[in-house]
Design a binder for this molecule. Structure first.
Ligand code: HEC
Length: 208
């Protein structure tokens, strides 16, 4: 009980620290920047665990670099800052920036939830799919149109379970996968052309 109070007090305190202006620009801090970082910046900075923080004076110098890799950040100071913070988190903690898992109990994600896990321009997705215990699973996605897509399933300790390119057909794709370690996992999607995922479902299977 005491622990609960402490957590609540900490939450309220940190909310009080967020300036009102920042809230009106981006109502859920770090939602968009985490997806951008974990899809676009991940190609070079994922699992970059030096243990040291970037010098704060490298922030100004980093902005050009950040904008070069993500030009939509050019007018968005808050996005540049958040991306810088996320990289430092990765380097220091050797972990993904913490995000709410929000895994639906039946492991079926609808369009509305999925829209919060994507970059609208590229339609890259980064979706926490939650904890899995060892076993066989099926991942099924439905899309707005057929496309070639690259999919990764990656653990919180950066072990890739799946890393492949697929052609969907009938606006669907089913991929069996096998989990060896009990951990949190993430799904990352890079479509060749921007395409919306309308449903994601993960089920257990007994198939070997
Ligand atoms: C093609 C590879 C590549 C991509 C993609 C990339 N970076 Fe980098 N980044 C580098 C390299 C190489 C360095 C310099 C060496 C280092 O510090 O790791 C660097 C350095 C940085 C630094 C300065 C680090 C320091 O210690 O001062 C920041 C901040 C940064 N990147 C952020 C980002 C962000 C945010 C993105 C995504 C928008 C991104 N990078 C995308 C390769 C990349």
């Amino acid at each position: 009980m005491e622990k609960c109070y402490l957590i609540w007090t900490l939450c309220l305190f940190s909310l009080a620290l967020i300036p009102g202006e920042a809230l009106s620009i981006e109502d859920e801090p770090f939602r968009e920047s985490v997806i951008i970082f974990n899809t676009i910046c991940a190609k070079c900075h994922e699992a970059q665990c030096s243990g040291r923080l970037s010098f704060s004076n490298s922030y100004q110098a980093s902005i050009d670099h950040i904008v070069r890799h993500y030009d939509s950040a050019s007018e968005k100071k808050w996005l540049q800052k958040e991306l810088f913070t996320i990289l430092n988190h990765m380097k220091e903690k050797c972990a993904y920036y913490p995000v709410p898992l929000n895994v639906p109990p039946n492991r079926i994600w609808g369009t509305e939830t999925l829209e919060k896990k994507t970059t609208l321009r590229e339609r890259n997705y980064f979706i926490p799919i939650g904890p899995f215990t060892p076993g066989h699973y099926n991942l099924e996605i439905e899309l707005a149109k057929d496309a070639k897509i690259t999919m990764h399933i990656i653990s919180e300790t950066f072990e890739l379970v799946i890393e492949d390119c697929y052609q969907t057909s009938g606006q669907r794709l089913v991929i069996p996968f096998f989990i060896e370690e009990t951990e949190n996992y993430y799904l990352r999607v890079y479509p060749r052309i921007p395409v919306q995922i309308t449903q994601l479902a993960i089920s257990t299977t007994t198939q070997k």
